[in-house]
Design a binder for this molecule. Structure first.
Ligand SMILES: NC(=O)c1ccc[n+]([C@@H]2O[C@H](COP(=O)([O-])OP(=O)(O)OC[C@H]3O[C@@H](n4cnc5c(N)ncnc54)[C@H](O)[C@@H]3O)[C@@H](O)[C@H]2O)c1
Length: 386
């Protein structure tokens, strides 16, 4: 079996988990080197029995010590653009974490670059695309089981410690993370467009910060009923001391309304501090309805005019990382793609469009006005189709 020589830029928690999942499903890994000023993912890698390889000072130094079978990028979002360009220049296959980049300008520049010939294969870690439940949802909709798609209601609600992590980690700053929705739910908006089979035409959004605020710093409870301190964890690279008194400038809850080009309509609700966590897609078609419960990894489907019980599929595989086996499924997809040329479930252009969608939602929230996405897609198409 082939041994993969890997170079890592940004050895954080995420890339360490992905590498551990790759090893778990049978990859032979030789992590030849990494670049990271303080690798947050080192303990995760060690627990998986993997060595991090040589520490390089810069991506250029790492890349000049190639060849690599795969260069993996897991740095904070504001560095993706720079790291992606360097890795693509080097010419070996690249796996980069989502969101592919952080701004509209970066999206257009990467789109232009990917449109040009002679780029190495690029895989973006929109890991939900590899989940069996998500594949089943897409397959059923494609097969017409719901009739024509009419409307979708979707949520992503995080438990308090996860929200506290977002409020203390680098994701709290737009300059590093982009936005709450860009970092957290570009996955979901990638899949919604895939299910709708169209791009968003109009978006509106309301959101803000009402949970992790300085005003609540004194009054908000900070201890669990078991006596453990809440929000007490290592916040990682550029972490803040206090979830309530940081320089956070992203939202901690947000809602959005989207109308797709083909008149599919969607409402979305995200909150980063709930006691009943949920990631749920309620998809209604002319002839049937489905609910995908991504937290419990369960699917429920029923045709419209039947008194029969709904069909229920329990995918099991619930894991503590809340990815429910998705990382392992993505590791298999990546291997199949590299070894046998099987198309990876998500293309880089899909990830650019998901990112642009979320950026449009954030722009609509900031302006307080409904945003017509057509000019944005026209700018994007002018680059991609030129
Ligand atoms: N696909 C998913 O489900 C998923 C889940 C979590 C995170 N992510 C993505 O993975 C990426 C990393 O997130 P994370 O949770 O691992 O964060 P993290 O904070 O655990 O890791 C980021 C790492 O980047 C390092 N870093 C900082 N500056 C650097 C530089 N100049 N060069 C190289 N490394 C540098 C940090 O020291 C840290 O080790 C983000 O883009 C995030 O959006 C994806």
């Amino acid at each position: 079996m082939q041994t993969y020589r890997i170079g890592v830029i940004g050895l954080g928690q995420r890339i360490a988990h992905v590498l551990a999942a790759m090893a778990e499903v049978g990859w032979n890994l030789d992590i030849a080197g990494h670049v990271d000023p303080a690798p947050v993912g080192a303990p995760i890698l060690a627990a998986a029995g993997l060595a991090p390889g040589r520490a390089f000072e810069t991506p250029a130094a790492l890349l000049s010590a190639g060849p690599y079978d795969l260069v993996m990028i897991g740095s904070p979002n504001h560095l993706h653009f720079e790291h992606l360009n360097l890795a693509l220049d080097a010419g070996w296959p690249v796996f980069a974490e989502k969101p592919i980049v952080r701004t509209q300008a970066e999206s257009l520049a990467i789109a232009a670059r990917l449109t040009a010939p002679n780029n190495p294969p690029l895989f973006i870690g929109l890991v939900m695309r590899s989940m069996p439940i998500v594949r089943e949802v897409a397959a059923r909709i494609d097969a017409g089981e719901l009739g024509e798609l009419v409307s979708i209601d979707a949520t992503e609600h995080l438990p308090p410690e996860h929200g506290g992590y977002l409020a203390r980690n680098w994701r709290r700053k737009q300059a590093w993370g982009g936005s709450y929705l860009l970092d957290k739910v570009c996955h979901d908006f990638d899949i919604f467009a895939r299910l709708a089979g169209a791009r968003p035409r109009k978006v509106a959004s309301f959101g803000g910060r009402r949970i992790f605020t300085a005003e609540r710093a004194e009054t908000a409870p900070k201890t669990w009923d078991t006596g453990e301190a809440a929000y007490a964890f290592d916040p990682g690279w550029q972490g803040a001391n206090d979830a309530f008194q940081s320089d956070m400038d992203v939202t901690d809850h947000q809602t959005a309304l989207i109308e797709y080009e083909n008149q599919v309509r969607l409402s979305f609700h995200a909150n980063s501090h709930v006691s009943l966590p949920e990631r749920r897609w309620y998809v209604a078609g002319t002839e049937g309805t489905l609910i995908a419960d991504l937290v419990r990894n369960r699917l429920m489907v029923r045709r419209a005019l039947t008194h029969a019980k709904p069909e229920r599929i329990d995918y099991g595989e619930r894991t503590a990382d809340a990815h429910n086996g998705a990382d392992q499924a993505m590791a298999r997809d990546l291997q199949a793609s590299l070894e046998h040329g099987v198309p990876f479930p998500v293309a880089p252009f899909d990830s650019l469009e998901a990112g642009l969608t979320v950026m449009a939602i954030d722009e609509a929230m900031q302006s307080g006005e409904m945003l017509d996405c057509r000019p944005m897609w026209a700018r994007y198409d002018a680059v991609v189709k030129s």
